[in-house]
Design a protein around this ligand. Structure first.
Ligand code: 26Q
Length: 768
């Protein structure tokens, strides 16, 4: 930030109380003391916006553009106040008037701009880019109704539009517009800015593009709308149902719209700075967040050739030095390949460029598996990214190794130097300071402020491993957070929880590979044990939160099973003293901020090799939960940091799982036949009890799936999962040892700061 800007900011902060009073007077014609909470909220948004506007993002000769379909940004007001360094001051001012800043923060609506890990990662990166003072911008779309809002009815997931854009949102309309052409069809894109405050200093801008001609009234019942009315619908919903051709075409429209806006933004900034286009890579670095924005590659090439008179070979070389690609998944169904026919229909102007890129690959390499356009005329987005980027990265050590050895092996052999790992990270501002202020201030009291900017200094906590006072205080903070969560859940979900029980939490998108169904089978097992009189030492609370893609039937079925189990267990007087289950509605970032600090056992139980990294695992660890997990994604790195004593690992390893797929020798029914425990749990899904509370079609389909397919090998790991989970519950009773596990997890979490991740991206890829 410039000296001038920072001085302006300091002056504003110095007179903060006066600023707030003036704003209240101006907006509502009365002093702060007489404003309602909602009015105070609006005053705070205004003053925060003023503070943000005097801060200019870091200018630099070279800038990174982080292009992403999603930014799962979370509520902004409190986060901005913390990062701007005025939280305490504002809290004290409001306290004088008998108001609670935390309560006012609850009035903030969460922007609905993302769906899961990839989007949340992008937002943590914005925070770190701002904090580290790097020149960078996020580029995305301004989704009107975001993903969807989840509602439970008749123990099933229903979907509604998530209306979040209101007058108080931090979106700022700009005067920048771009024309985007789909063949001859023209639409106009308008840029909106969302300014993200870094901790203690800089800011980072997100550029969110919207369709000028968008028409919200197109949405009829729930989240249904005319998918062919592209001029009206393009920025309505993130990931609309793509089970038909219109849905697929709409995805490509959205992807090109994003890519074209990003390319035009980069070219506009090059022009404004009067930079030489031949030096594009010295001024612009593009990080492609999974394949969704991949069309930016042919689009940039097209612009250089058609508007800047470059030869195609020159343009290709330049763009390859600009772009880098991050892979977030090895699931085949998530790897985007589009029929050439669709691309031709949506963006015919890119077809010759994609063909030119493919031709060069064909000339250089014989291997048909590395082609961009395959024999069935399908375009492989990831292949285009790998050939025409200067860096390809995975998001955790194991994931990157799997990419190199299996999924992308042919490419690794061609370009060994391009491949690199960047283990994911999380911002400690949101995932410690904001969500767990008690723990944050205790750690500060104990360790000093060093870890605020250098997370690895959390390691100093290890000095207190045998200090009873410290261990007790950590446990006390956990207990406090559990009480708070129980109150919140009682109010929101109408389920009363016992804060003295163990809190076991699994929160993430609903997906078979993440194996919420395995957790459900454990819960059934426990339920049956308790019914038979085998009660646990301490009651257990199982908490879930997850949205399922509307077209993903089995994921809906798993949600249904969990809601049915919730009904049965919580209403069974013989059982509910010993265990409870709650699936919270509409799990989102704001909910995560309440759940994570209250967790004892963090469920990270994906089938090994399938979870690229996971980032929830890191958030739980930082907040003193102990991981129960497979050797998958970043769990592997957590394991090696905390050691065997401080994590619960189970299940087949990635290489064994990969061998099962290769040999096609996993037969779930054999596991069912050979184990009474498994049989009993699986059969309960369609027992009279479940059928009474649930939908026969869904429950039967789910049980059949487990018996006849079980693609993600739930039954393979179930028995070991039960054994290890039971051990974790027993160990929880050795209270001192458990508190030590909490302490070690917190102490070792520093490595997972997204500041570290961003420094690594910058050092190895962007070189800003
Ligand atoms: C693909 C084709 C068509 C429609 C949608 C998609 C699609 C949409 C979203 C494919 C993938 C996603 C999202 C992926 C995602 O969130 N991946 C997660 O990324 C995190 C950050 O790296 C990792 O920690 C998680 O392990 C990974 O699952």
């Amino acid at each position: 930030m410039s000296k001038h800007a920072s001085l302006q900011r300091d002056i504003l902060i110095l007179n903060l109380e006066q600023q707030l009073e003036n704003a209240a007077k101006k907006q509502f014609g009365k002093p702060l003391a007489r404003c309602t909470d909602k009015q105070i909220y609006q005053v705070l948004v205004g003053v925060t916006n003023d503070l943000l506007s005097v801060s200019e993002p870091c200018a630099g000769e070279k800038k990174v553009y982080y292009i992403s379909m999603e930014f799962l940004i979370g509520r902004l007001l409190i986060n901005n106040l913390i990062n701007l360094g005025v939280y305490e001051k504002v809290r004290a001012i409001l306290e004088k008037h008998g108001r609670d800043l935390a309560e006012i923060g609850e009035l903030d609506t969460e922007p609905s701009l993302g769906n899961g890990g990839l989007g949340r990662l992008a937002s943590c990166f914005m925070d770190s880019i701002a904090t580290l003072g790097l020149a960078g911008e996020g580029v995305g779309l301004a989704w009107h109704f975001g993903l969807f809002k989840q509602i439970f009815k008749n123990r099933e997931q229903r979907t509604a539009k998530d209306v979040w854009m209101n007058a108080d949102s931090f979106l700022r309309r700009t005067d920048t517009t771009f024309d985007v052409f789909f063949g001859k069809k023209k639409v106009t894109a308008r840029m909106y800015d969302m300014v993200i405050a870094g901790y203690d200093s800089g800011v980072c801008k997100m550029r969110l593009f919207d369709l000028e001609s968008v028409d919200e009234s197109l949405v009829k019942r729930g989240i249904t709308f005319d998918k062919t009315a592209v001029k009206k619908n393009l920025t309505l919903f993130l990931y609309p149902d793509d089970s038909d051709e219109a849905g697929n075409l709409l995805r490509i429209y959205q992807e090109y719209f994003l890519s074209s806006c990003a390319a035009q933004l980069i070219m506009q900034q090059m022009r404004e700075q009067q930079y030489d286009y031949h030096k594009l890579p010295e001024h612009a670095q593009v990080q492609i967040n999974d394949t969704h924005p991949s069309l930016v590659i042919p689009e940039l090439i097209r612009i250089l050739v058609e508007h800047k008179a470059f030869s195609i070979d020159e343009a290709i070389d330049l763009v390859s030095d600009v772009c880098s690609y991050t892979n977030h998944t090895i699931l085949a169904e998530a790897l985007e390949t589009w029929p050439m026919r669709y691309i031709k229909k949506v963006v015919p102007q890119l077809v010759p460029y994609i063909r030119a890129l493919d031709e060069r690959v064909r000339i250089r390499f014989d291997n048909p598996k590395v082609r961009i356009i395959d024999s069935k005329q399908r375009v492989h987005m990831a292949h285009m990214d790998i050939h025409y980027s200067h860096s390809v990265n995975g998001v955790a050590a194991l994931h990157t190794e799997i990419l190199k050895k299996t999924e992308l092996r042919d490419f690794y052999e061609l370009y060994p130097k391009k491949f690199n790992n960047k283990t994911n990270g999380i911002t400690f501002r949101r995932w410690l300071m904001l969500c767990n202020p008690e723990l944050f201030s205790y750690l500060t009291e104990l360790l000093g402020k060093g870890f605020h900017k250098n997370a690895t200094k959390l390691k100093k906590l290890l000095d207190y491993e045998n200090d009873k006072k410290v261990l007790d205080r950590l446990a006390q903070i956990k207990q406090h957070n559990k009480v708070k969560l129980a109150e919140y859940i009682e109010e929101k979900e109408g389920v009363a929880l016992n804060p003295d029980s163990v809190f076991d939490i699994q929160i993430k998108r609903m997906h078979e590979y993440k194996r919420q169904q395995m957790n459900a089978l454990y819960i059934i097992h426990k339920y049956l044990e308790i019914r038979r009189g085998k009660t646990p030492k301490r009651p257990i609370t199982f908490i879930f939160g997850a949205k399922a893609a509307p077209a993903y039937v089995i994921a809906q079925d798993i949600i249904h099973l969990l809601l049915v189990l919730q009904e049965i267990i919580n209403n069974d007087p013989k059982v509910n003293k010993h265990m409870k289950l709650v699936m919270v509605e509409n799990y989102n970032v704001s909910y995560a901020e309440k759940l994570i600090p209250a967790c004892d056992i963090s469920e990270q139980i994906s089938l090994a090799s399938k979870e690229a990294s996971g980032t929830g695992n890191m958030k739980f660890m930082l907040n003193g939960a102990v991981t129960l997990g497979t050797e998958d994604g970043a769990n592997v790195e957590i394991h090696s940091l905390v050691g065997d004593e401080n994590i619960y690992i189970f299940g087949k390893r990635a290489d064994e799982v990969i061998a099962h797929y290769k040999n096609a020798d996993y037969v779930s029914r054999d596991f069912y036949r050979n184990s009474k425990v498994i049989r009993e749990a699986v059969d309960f899904i369609t027992s009279a009890k479940c059928l009474k509370a649930g939908n026969k079609k869904r429950l039967t389909r789910l049980r059949d799936e487990l018996l006849n397919k079980d693609w993600f090998m739930t039954l393979l790991d179930l028995e070991e999962y039960i054994r290890v989970k039971d051990k974790a519950f027993r160990d929880y009773e050795k209270r001192t040892a458990w508190k030590q596990k909490m302490l070690v997890n917190i102490a070792e979490a520093g490595y997972f700061s997204s500041d570290r991740t961003i420094r690594d991206y910058n050092r190895d890829i962007w070189r800003l």
